[in-house]
Design a protein around this ligand. Structure first.
Ligand SMILES: NC(=O)CC[C@H](N)C(=O)O
Length: 245
């Protein structure tokens, strides 16, 4: 069994160690005997799904996002929309997440078109509003699983959800816009979130959910064996306990 991790714009979208998400998926899959190939997909390059895939899209600043918006406006965006509708596993963080909606309006008022994977859009912060920065704790219900995610957010944009479901509810921090208590978004197996950190190393249950979902598109009975997550749980708890206090 071989899982392909498609790392979108690896060299441009890697704020706050988002590359850690790629490493986390790779290691946790390999520790269960699944071999993993990581494929970087840069500007002008097409997606080549294999049927057992995870697509990862990290965060970046407005400057990078403008370059990507153009790259995503053609066949790559169309391919991502079909993959998302088929139930492929796609995760976007912050700048990547913002481009998964209908549009992102930058701090200077440039309206960048998004891929439209989910019904949401992102507005710029108003001149008197701060950037939303800090550690975040989010409670999440995913199918039959209920859990929490910790991460670090740093964004000016305010995301407003249309019909897209939130990924979770903010326990501490700001989330999508600092107002409505929602964090991230989800449609089928497409996920967007403001949580850097990087996210997946500190939230192993969510990493496993992504791996398991990707494999179960081929083999419905597939289950991951548990791992010893002492280190990951320690990393999670050291932040979550402070945020709950
Ligand atoms: N951290 C990020 O990915 C930044 C995203 C976006 N440029 C914003 O500030 O809203």
């Amino acid at each position: 069994m071989k899982l392909t991790v498609h790392h979108l714009y690896a060299d441009m979208m890697n704020l706050y160690g988002d590359r850690g998400n790629v490493i986390s998926i790779k290691k946790r899959a390999e520790w269960r005997g699944i071999s993993v190939e990581v494929v970087d997909v840069g500007l002008g390059e097409s997606l080549r799904p294999t049927g057992l895939d995870v697509f990862l899209f990290g965060g970046g600043q407005d400057r990078e996002q403008a370059l990507l918006a153009e790259d995503l406006s053609g066949s790559k965006g169309r391919d991502l929309r079909s993959l998302s509708e088929e139930g492929a596993v796609i995760l976007g963080v912050c700048g990547g997440y913002q481009l998964m909606g209908h549009h992102y309006e930058t701090a200077t008022g440039e309206k960048l078109p998004g891929v439209g994977l989910m019904d949401l859009h992102t507005e710029p912060r108003k001149p008197d509003e701060p950037r939303l920065i800090g550690n975040v704790l989010v409670s999440v219900e995913l199918d039959e699983k209920r859990g929490e995610l910790v991460g670090f957010e740093n964004h000016g944009g305010r995301t407003r959800l249309g019909t897209a479901e939130p990924l979770g509810r903010v326990v501490s921090g700001f989330g999508n816009n600092g107002e409505d208590g929602t964090e991230g978004a989800r449609k089928l197996n497409t996920f967007g979130t403001y949580l850097h950190g990087s996210l997946l190393p500190k939230n192993p249950w969510f990493t496993d959910h992504l791996i398991e979902t990707a494999v179960r598109r081929k083999d419905d009975s597939f289950r991951l064996e548990p791992l010893d997550d002492t280190t990951e749980v320690y990393a999670f708890d050291s932040i979550a306990s402070r945020l709950r206090a």
